[in-house]
Design a protein around this ligand. Structure first.
Ligand code: NAP
Length: 435
């Protein structure tokens, strides 16, 4: 019998379990271990609450979770409760699917001022991640700056811009919905250090910004390249740029009829954040592109009033003691998913934070192939029985998949009208609901 431990129950973790269950059939036992009592990682805590159709992929993961040879082991923090080296003693293979839940650091003066937050914190706050439930973002000011031109920047802008009624059918947590309903924000600036042809935003997500009840996007036509140049873009990017062009064409009268403006500031590189004990201003340097399309400062700077800064410049994987790590890229040092004999990584922990949820699927199949090649015959390690013994010895309160289904039921029962669930936002409440 092959015994596999997968650390992390997000998309990468479940696709790997799916692949391994198919590949090894009855000859495998798979434990999916998560530090939280609830599964699905990015699907629950990263995907925007108003994108319920994307979250529906968790039904596929549930099918895997309910196969006999797969088990969910929640509320166990690897690296803290149990070391990776200990798991390696117990399992034939250990696969790190820990994602990239930490913000890449915004390394400019003033980035430690109160009022500067990373997208992991802000997204975690509105999605009910226990670590960020107490965040209290600054929503009493008029101006918010969002740094970055990726889909996470768009998510943050859209969530800030939406009216209460536009959250109908979403699972945004009550504390965020209430705070966002009463905020005073009238200008959301999205800063990109490069231009409209270099955005990392996808068309569907960009298009949503043009359909908001109380907010209107603004693009300065002067920032847009000649229209003929769009023909050279790949089709998805061309669609995105078409959205930007339509935003640039919105008449002022239409824009003026909505109280919130979402302003795209291109060629804008934040160089400092200033304020007396809190964020008050963002200092921005205008940029140009060099021949390799990298941004270079022009030396010309300007200041913008700002009450909160949300940095959406990408994520990194937290290192784990004893696991080789590639600091420059913020992920585990690996060769195609292999880290050390018997130790593998998948998903954002392997590749860095890029691609869609589905991009993680081939990762799971790739690493499963490696395991079949590297460990064709089980090593005789004890697997889950030894994990259970260790957990009992350390008094760990393991949450099973059945427990999770009780938590899920309780969250559904407490949902406001029209919402799929009201998430518990602290671990103690989750544990109390497991029955
Ligand atoms: P991302 O797509 O990598 O975008 C990061 C942005 O930050 C880029 O515009 C980058 O600009 C900018 N940036 C990086 N360092 C910077 C700095 N020091 N100063 C200023 N700007 C800086 O990352 P993401 O938005 O976090 O998204 C992560 C992944 O999740 C992506 O694959 C994304 O598509 C996916 N996602 C998808 C959805 C969806 O499909 N609905 C929603 C959310 C996230 P440069 O290009 O100049 O480096």
């Amino acid at each position: 019998m092959h015994h596999l431990a997968i650390i992390g129950s997000g998309p990468a973790g479940y696709y790997t379990a799916e692949a391994a269950a198919k590949a090894f059939g009855d000859d495998v036992r798979i434990d999916i271990i998560d530090r939280l009592p609830v599964p699905y990682g990015l699907i629950r805590f990263g995907v925007a609450p108003d994108h319920q159709s994307i979250k529906a992929v968790s039904r596929r993961y549930e099918k895997t979770a309910l196969t006999d040879n797969v088990r969910f082991v929640g509320n166990v923090c690897i690296g803290q409760d149990i070391k990776v080296a200990e798991l390696q003693e117990i399992y034939d293979a250990v696969i790190l699917a820990t994602g990239a839940p930490h913000d890449r650091k915004l390394d400019i003066p003033g980035s430690d001022l109160p009022g500067v937050i990373g997208s992991a914190a802000f997204v975690g706050w509105y999605n009910g991640h226990p670590e960020f439930a107490e965040l209290d973002p600054v929503l009493s000011g008029r101006n918010v700056a969002i740094i970055g031109n990726g889909n996470v920047a768009l998510d943050c802008a859209r969530i800030l811009a939406k009216s209460r009624s536009e959250f109908a059918g979403s699972d945004i947590v009550a504390h965020a919905l209430d705070a966002l309903t009463h905020h005073s924000v009238t200008k959301i600036s999205i800063l990109g250090r490069r231009g409209p042809h270099q955005i990392a935003m996808t068309p569907k997500e960009l298009g949503e910004l043009g359909e908001l009840e109380r907010a209107c996007p603004r693009v300065d036509p002067a920032d847009l390249p000649e229209e003929e140049a769009d023909a050279l873009l790949e089709p998805g990017m061309r669609k995105s740029v078409t959205h930007l062009r339509s935003f640039a064409a919105i008449p002022d009268a239409v824009r003026g009829s909505k109280p919130v403006e979402v302003d795209f500031d291109f060629f804008a590189m934040p160089v400092a954040i200033e304020g007396d004990g809190k964020v008050e201003r963002l200092v921005v340097e205008k940029t140009a592109l060099d021949k390799d399309l990298r941004s270079i400062g022009t030396g010309e700077t300007y200041s913008m009033d700002c009450d909160m800064v949300i940095s959406c410049i990408g994520y990194q994987t937290p290192p784990i003691e004893g696991v080789p790590y590639e600091h420059g890229r913020g992920r585990f040092a690996n060769s195609d998913g292999r880290i050390l004999p018997g130790l593998y990584c998948v998903g954002w922990a392997r590749r860095g934070p890029s691609g869609t949820i589905g991009t993680n699927k081939p990762d799971g199949y790739l690493v499963t192939d490696h395991i079949r090649e590297d460990i064709p015959v089980p090593t005789g390690k004890p697997g889950r029985a030894a994990l259970d013994a260790l957990a009992a010895e350390r008094d760990l309160d393991i949450v099973t998949f059945r427990d999770w289904k009780n938590i899920e039921k309780a969250e559904e029962l407490r949902a406001r009208d029209g919402a799929p669930r009201e998430k518990f936002v602290d671990v103690a409440a989750m544990i109390a609901a497991k029955g």
